[in-house]
Design a protein around this ligand. Structure first.
Ligand code: PMP
Length: 398
């Protein structure tokens, strides 16, 4: 039977509208992509993960291959709780559920809270995958612009005064797409605002351990005084996204409901990778691995910043992230990064980036782009930035 658009639920039509599938095709041949948030594959601890798979299957194989429960492998939840305690987030293993990446945490949280038409706050710009997850629940967006130190809280306060907001979605560390970090003062004020206006905060923090410069700051969950922060983490950026394991931390009453939703979604996250990660954490020095990741990504960030400094035409600004994978390039008001990608940069230069259009709930900002420095070596980063700069220079002369 041929599926007619009219037979699809409205949520399906909405979720198919991130618009990036056509713009950012699968990689072929000589294409350089600064678009995806792919970790540097040279940093995957392939041998150690392989050893853990062998050990888990040899020692505990029948259990690892069996069904378990939606909350996830208890020893791994305990290991996570112990790691979080080192950073002053004191929670019990029972306040953690293991998810299929942080991405599933976005979906489950939205499913938990949002009725059609509910009002939510998102950063402007924000993570496109979050917009894709939320779209299925048909919320109304209020975009709050980012300043150099995070959300514009004056504007947020105004929105909270005039509108019943159910959820505030934020990426406080090395924000995707801008690389911006929310300051400590703003983190504290945000918690106060959420308490005052009775709002849930969704803290999405997959880049948490990838700070390579500056002071590390307490998570929103660590500052939470009323159990109204739901916090997401992930092993994707710090071990390997192919394992598809992340976690969600929430107050027990919320977590109970999320557990039921996860039962309905997928019964449980795959057990084998959960046990493999747990084993990996026992047999390896994860902190040393994180140190080496941070050094690696700092070097890569510097390669991209140097290349931008040397090659970009006048009239552009860009962020200088202290961690994570992304920087945010902004050009003159008249520049349309999406058109440029479609007509010039992708077909002629074989280069990809993410234009700003799809990273705003309103789709209205055209003159910025997200560049990832995470994936490539120095020569490829330099070549990619030269290609981009050539296209931007030609565009300025048009
Ligand atoms: N949140 C943010 C901000 C991200 O950048 C990503 C990955 N691009 C995710 C969530 C999802 O990551 P995963 O599901 O692999 O943990």
């Amino acid at each position: 039977m041929i599926m007619d658009q009219l037979t699809l639920a409205t949520r399906t039509q909405l979720t198919s509208q991130t618009g990036l599938e056509d713009l950012i095709p699968d990689l072929t041949g000589d294409t350089i992509s600064f678009a995806g948030g792919l970790p540097d594959p040279a940093q995957f601890p392939k041998q150690a993960i392989s050893d853990s798979f062998q050990r888990v299957l040899a020692n505990n194989g029948l259990d690892a291959l069996q069904y378990h429960n939606a909350k996830g492998y208890l020893p791994l939840r305990e290991q996570l709780a112990a790691r979080l305690a080192r950073e002053n987030t004191h929670i019990d293993a029972n306040e953690i559920i293991l998810t299929q990446g942080a991405q599933q945490g976005l979906d489950l949280t939205a499913k938990l809270l949002l009725n059609k038409g509910d009002h939510i706050v998102v950063e402007a710009p924000t993570y496109v995958g979050a917009l894709a997850a939320f779209a299925a629940y048909e919320p109304r967006y209020h975009e709050i612009p980012l300043e150099n130190d995070g959300l514009d809280l004056t504007l947020l306060n105004k929105v909270l005064l005039t509108q019943k907001i159910k959820l505030i979605y934020t990426i406080p560390n090395f924000q995707n797409p801008t690389g911006i970090v929310m300051s400590l003062a703003k983190r504290q004020q945000l918690i106060e605002l959420a308490n005052r206006y009775d709002v849930i905060i969704l803290e999405d923090d997959p880049y948490h351990d990838l700070r390579f410069a500056g002071e590390s700051l307490p998570s929103l969950k660590a500052l939470d005084t009323e159990g109204r922060v739901i916090s997401l983490g992930s092993f994707s950026k710090v071990l390997a996204p192919g394992l598809r394991i992340g976690w969600l931390v929430a107050a027990p009453a919320l977590l109970r409901q999320i557990r039921y939703l996860k039962d309905g979604a997928d019964l449980e996250s795959p057990t084998l990778p959960q046990q493999v990660i747990s084993d990996y954490l026992i047999h390896n020095d994860f902190d040393a691995h994180l140190d080496s990741l941070r050094k690696n990504y700092l070097v890569k960030r510097n390669w991209m910043l140097d290349a931008l400094r040397k090659n970009l035409p006048a009239g552009f600004t860009y962020t200088q992230p202290e961690g994570g994978f992304f920087l945010w390039l902004t050009g003159p008001k008249s520049l349309n990064f999406e058109r440029l990608l479609r007509e010039e940069v992708a077909p002629k230069e074989h280069l990809l980036y993410v234009p700003s259009t799809h990273l705003y709930a309103s789709n209205q900002v055209l003159n910025s782009a997200r560049l990832s420095y995470a994936t490539y070596d120095q020569a490829t980063i330099e070549l990619g930035i030269q290609k981009l700069s050539r296209a931007l220079t030609a565009e300025a002369l048009r």
